[in-house]
Write a protein that binds this ligand. Structure first.
Ligand SMILES: C[S@@+](CC[C@H](N)C(=O)[O-])C[C@H]1O[C@@H](n2cnc3c(N)ncnc32)[C@H](O)[C@@H]1O
Length: 226
């Protein structure tokens, strides 16, 4: 099987020169964007579900059609897996019944993460699998490490795993962790060996693109939110 997904191209040849400033700003200045009602309602439902599960949480942030959420739930039957995506079109795609320990939630992560932190959630594992790259230099603020919500991602803690077909995204994320006082994780090649966790992973791998991975174990630290 072959695919022909294009590689990420960017005029950036190295980490964005504004990265350190943006991370410092996010860590120092409270971000006051109001929480959207629809995400608050979606979060409340997720909260009830998680309480009923009574097991440690794995969070699949930006889960797309939710195949990774299903796969993680199957791999970890003693964990509760929540996949979050803002795209109803993706979430509604029919991919079979959800395992009992999986939940798909339509919500905006920039609000969902802050609500999760406020409610004391402590994901054991937190996946950001193939986030939108936003490769233009002017889009740094849209990448998760350049976004004002970055401190909430850190503060939730747990074993964070990012995968991307754009190494620079992960290099920047690793640097952003360092700017936040964490050890700088290595960015390593990821070879799924045909066992694809997500549709984007499959598409990129079958297009012959190298894939990359970063993992970091972070303390649960709500005080990190300014
Ligand atoms: C490139 S796709 C990857 C999807 C899936 N993880 C995969 O690997 O197949 C990025 C996903 O992130 C979702 N996303 C981007 N920004 C989001 C946000 N603020 N809140 C929730 N989902 C978001 C998009 O809707 C999209 O499904």
């Amino acid at each position: 099987m072959h695919a022909n997904s294009r590689i990420v191209t960017s005029r950036q040849s190295g980490p964005h020169e504004d990265l350190a400033r943006r991370v410092a700003r996010a860590l120092d200045h409270p971000w006051r964007k109001p929480i959207a009602d629809h995400t608050r309602h979606a979060f409340d439902r997720a909260q009830d579900w998680l309480a009923a599960q009574g097991r440690p949480l794995l969070l699949d942030a930006g889960c797309g059609v939710g195949l990774s959420t299903r796969a993680l739930a199957a791999r970890h039957p003693d964990r509760a897996v929540i996949g979050v995506d803002r795209s109803a079109a993706r979430l509604e795609r029919e991919h079979g019944a959800l395992p009992d320990n999986a939940l798909l939630v339509r919500a905006d992560l920039v609000d969902f993460w802050r609500l999760a932190l406020g409610a004391g959630w402590q994901p054991e594992r937190h996946y950001l699998l193939y986030p939108n790259p936003y490769p233009k230099a002017s889009q740094l603020k849209l990448r998760w490490h350049g976004h004002p919500v970055f401190p909430a991602i850190l503060a939730l803690g747990g074993r964070l795993e990012l995968r991307s077909n754009w190494a620079l995204y992960l290099e920047e994320f690793a640097l952003a962790l360092q700017h936040a006082g964490e050890p700088r994780p290595a960015v390593v090649r990821h070879d799924p060996q045909g066992d694809y966790l997500t549709p984007f992973e499959r598409k990129y791998a079958q297009s012959g693109q190298p894939l990359w991975r970063l993992t970091a174990t972070l303390p649960h630290a709500p005080q990190r939110l300014p």
